[in-house]
Design a binder for this molecule. Structure first.
Ligand SMILES: Nc1ncnc2c1ncn2[C@@H]1O[C@H](COP(=O)(O)OP(=O)(O)OP(=O)(O)O)[C@@H](O)[C@H]1O
Length: 166
């Protein structure tokens, strides 16, 4: 019911524009009633995706280019904005079997630096552009922290899977 109601209010006009109409019960009864808000409004965007667009289509059509720019040294920002339940988390993270913008971006980034990664752990990034050289003791501490963090993430992941299938 809720979806039918929403679809009746939102019309995708093409790849760049959307028309939002006020629900029927909000529309003025008499034409020219200036005290009531406008009943339809058109919004123009760089790209509007169909409700059935796949995660891949949304990524390819929106964020892939930005990630490639960032890999060339550019700056970019991606954020989601919308009312609760609009689908921000789904679009950004996505479920494991249908990953969203963030995992797809990370995949492009890590695939592009394959073979160029520094395999030793004696350097630690500091802020955005600096790094410090670690002593063997500091390296051991870093490695141990990383292992513990990864173990914790795996355990939390298993717990989520367990509760999901409950
Ligand atoms: N494109 C989609 N296809 C299938 N299901 C979707 C899609 N977008 C959202 N959903 C589902 O709709 C529900 C709400 O989505 P989501 O949690 O992403 O909203 P949200 O905008 O992040 O909400 P909140 O602001 O409250 O965190 C979830 O159950 C999600 O799985």
């Amino acid at each position: 019911m809720k979806i039918t109601f929403l679809l009746a209010c939102v019309t995708i006009e093409g790849p760049n524009s959307v028309v939002i109409r006020a629900p029927r019960f909000c529309q003025p009864n008499r034409q020219g009633d200036k005290s009531l808000p406008q009943t339809a409004q058109r919004f123009t965007f760089t790209q509007v995706f169909d409700p059935d667009a796949s995660q891949r289509t949304v990524f390819e059509g929106s964020v892939r280019g930005l990630v490639q720019d960032a890999l060339q040294g550019g700056n970019c920002l991606v954020f989601t904005y919308g009312v609760t339940n609009a689908g921000k988390t789904f679009t950004f993270l996505g479920p494991d079997h249908n990953s969203g913008l963030l995992p797809r971006s990370l995949s492009v980034i890590f695939n592009s630096i394959k073979g160029h990664q520094y395999s030793r752990s004696d350097l630690k990034p500091q802020r955005c552009r600096d790094f410090s050289r670690l002593t063997p003791e500091q390296q051991a501490a870093e490695i141990s922290t990383k292992k513990n963090l990864l173990r914790l993430l795996k355990e939390v992941g298993h717990e989520f899977c367990y509760h999901d299938s409950d």
